[in-house]
Design a protein around this ligand. Sequence first.
Ligand SMILES: [Zn+2]
Length: 264
Amino acid sequence: MQNAKLDMKRFLVVIIALCSALTSFGWGQKGHDVVAYIAECNLSPEVYQKVVKKLDNHSLVYYANWLDNASYTDQYRYTKTWHYANVDEGYTYDTMPKNEKGDVVTAINLCIAEIKSGKLTPEQESARLKMLIHLVGDVHCPMHAGHLSDRGGNNVVVKFFNNDIKLHKLWDTELVEAAHKWSYTEWEQPLNRYCTEEQKAKLANGTAKDWLDESHKIATEIYKVSPEKGKLYYDYITYYTPVIEKQLLSGGLRLAKVLNELYD
Ligand SMILES: [Zn+2]
């Protein structure tokens, strides 16, 4: 009996450790799925066919979260720092000392350049494509452009409806779910289908660095209104829902534009 209790304790510790590891690296799964699905809906039919073929007959959504787990494997451990680019208060991406292992901006640019080069093996190209699908999502997470000094909001604990939560996790996961209880396909319709072609073209613009700069600007405001132990309620969700919607829509449209250009 004592042993069974101990085993259960160990099991729970492993589960808790696993959960915290899985939630620390990007939009939660929902956010990444939404970005990938909006991108899918904006690919030309020819490009969509080409991309699906390169993903072994899987959709973009299928691989939207792949890198969050793959970054823990020996083969792809080098991508662990690729999910974010921290920018401290008083700095910009340009003036902030760079992570020599790479960041989300250098990683997106590398994936695009290598696919464009045409020099990758099919396996290498497939891996870079999966990374790109995920990282264009990550660069649109505001707390992935948060401060290095608090590990992108991982060291800031706020109260969300009286529950303690890390600011980073609040933004990656909880706030997306609090904004709308929708599946990824349900998120697509109100955001993408009611957006005019002119609005889409405007939103899809920019480079990976521009997208990071935008996320950092949002993060700067988030820090001001979400201090340590700050109590966040319905008004916070109301204020930030349109921001989350814009980030997910922009991410999807930008990923589509990159892929439409790469595989035209
Ligand atoms: Zn990630």
